[in-house]
Design a protein around this ligand. Structure first.
Ligand code: NAD
Ligand code: DAU
Length: 370
């Protein structure tokens, strides 16, 4: 379901102007949720583009996620770390543009230990920016997040001008990446475009995140953990709408600019959980209130007028349709779920949720003692 503007080839520089242009893209983190969907999107939308996909295959990156594109000759997978300079220099050879997804992406994990978040999201991004600049890359899209703004007061929406106030170690590390990219434009005129998107949902999302966690647990008749009072609000966007926004930013975005990508679907967590249970035909008694996430942002809300106006982008998928489609996808992809919820996932789940009160008390106490 691609928005109609995707057929408009209104590229900002001559090198991008031709409809049949062969573009070599480097996608980082393309074995993860959004990156893999973006690869599918680009292969379908741009018949002459080729993609090199650099991914470390951490717990959230999986080659099973790429099974349908594995044999596509326009997609090449390279296992590697964005912080490995030599590897990054090698994969950048001949690349025209970079779309940078690779990151540690889960807030709850960053609360347990933020080391990998700083390594990948800050230092890894810096390594990639440096190498891409040296390689003469013509466009670099940094896939950022609305979490860099912190929690939105009731009635307000964040614009691209809003000061950054990240509240979790994850959000702070993404703010670091975002600001580095901005600085590379200001200092070196390196052609960076930054996007900040809201909460994504859709196929291939690792079931540590709220929506796939609800679906995969509820299907098995297992309880669904709801943090605090469950009234925190998120703006949910279907991953394909995000991919369309990134594609538009890549081709139509102005260098050095930031674009918010929100869907205007603000829903409290409880309402999302209840709707999913209804769709699966499971009782609300599965909802289990558990201790809140420390530093939990109450609400995310974005003003995306700039992206709508400049990128001619607007989300196309309603939350109701998107949720139904996502639930159906998880119900028909049991094999993928089994593979990604193997032993490491189960031990993460136990650590995060079993004896959650004492686990969080220990984490907070440790922090307090420093
Ligand atoms: P994900 O965790 O599903 O995927 C991350 C991918 O990055 C994985 O394939 C992983 O193996 C890879 N990776 C991690 N560290 C790496 C490293 N050092 N080198 C190379 N590859 C590495 O995450 P996602 O939800 O697909 O998010 C992708 C990007 O989008 C992230 O930058 C995230 O901050 C951003 N984002 C996510 C959302 C959301 O709702 N999920 C919203 C806005 C922005
Ligand atoms: O807003 C963009 C961000 O959205 C991205 O940058 C992050 O990578 C992505 O993980 C997501 O962050 P959130 O923290 O908002 O997503 P998560 O799915 O972890 O949680 C969504 C909401 O659901 C949040 O308010 C916490 C709540 N929640 C989450 C889990 C995992 C629960 O109530 N119970 C849970 O078990």
């Amino acid at each position: 379901m691609a928005p109609s503007f995707c057929g408009v080839w209104d590229y900002p520089s001559n090198s991008y102007r031709n409809r049949g242009f062969e573009l070599k893209l480097l996608v980082t983190g393309g074995a993860g949720f959004i990156g893999s969907n973006f690869i599918r999107y680009v292969l379908a939308q741009h018949r002459r583009y080729s993609i090199r996909n650099l991914d470390k295959l951490t717990y959230s990156g999986n080659l099973h996620t790429l099974r349908d594109v594995a044999k596509n000759r326009r997609h090449t997978f390279v296992r590697g770390d964005i912080g490995d300079r030599r590897k990054v220099q090698e994969v950048l050879k001949g690349v025209d543009a970079v779309v940078h997804f690779a990151a540690e992406s889960h807030v709850d994990r960053s609360i347990l230990d933020s080391t990998a978040f700083v390594k990948t999201n800050v230092l890894g991004t810096q390594c990639l920016l440096d190498a891409a600049r040296q390689a003469g890359v013509k466009r670099f899209v940094l896939v950022g997040t609305d979490e860099v703004y912190g929690s939105a007061p009731s009635g307000e929406k964040f614009t691209e001008e809003t000061l950054l106030a990240p509240n979790s170690p994850y959000a702070a590390s993404k703010a670091g990446a975002d600001l580095l990219a901005r600085a590379y434009f200001r200092t070196y005129r390196f052609p960076v475009i930054i996007t900040r998107c809201t909460n994504n949902y859709g196929p291939y999302q690792y079931p540590e995140k709220f929506i796939p966690l609800i679906i995969t647990r509820a299907v098995q008749g297992e309880n669904v953990p709801v943090y605090g009072d469950g009234l925190q609000v998120r703006d949910w966007i279907h991953v394909m709408d995000h991919c369309a926004g990134l594609d538009a930013a890549l081709h139509k975005g102005r260098e050095g600019e930031i674009y918010n990508l929100g869907a205007g679907n603000e829903w409290p967590n409880l309402a999302i959980a209840r709707r999913i249970l209804q769709l699966i035909g499971k009782p609300e008694s599965l909802l289990t209130y558990v201790q809140d996430r420390p530093g939990h942002d109450r609400r995310y809300a974005l003003n995306s007028d700039k992206a709508c106006k400049e990128l001619l982008w607007a989300p196309q998928i309603t939350l109701e349709d998107g949720l139904k489609q996502t639930v159906d996808w998880y119900l028909s992809n049991g094999e993928w779920i089994r593979r990604v919820t193997a032993r490491a996932y189960r031990s993460y789940y136990r650590r995060q949720y079993d004896r959650r009160d004492s686990m969080l008390a220990e984490v907070l106490n440790r922090r307090g003692k420093r």
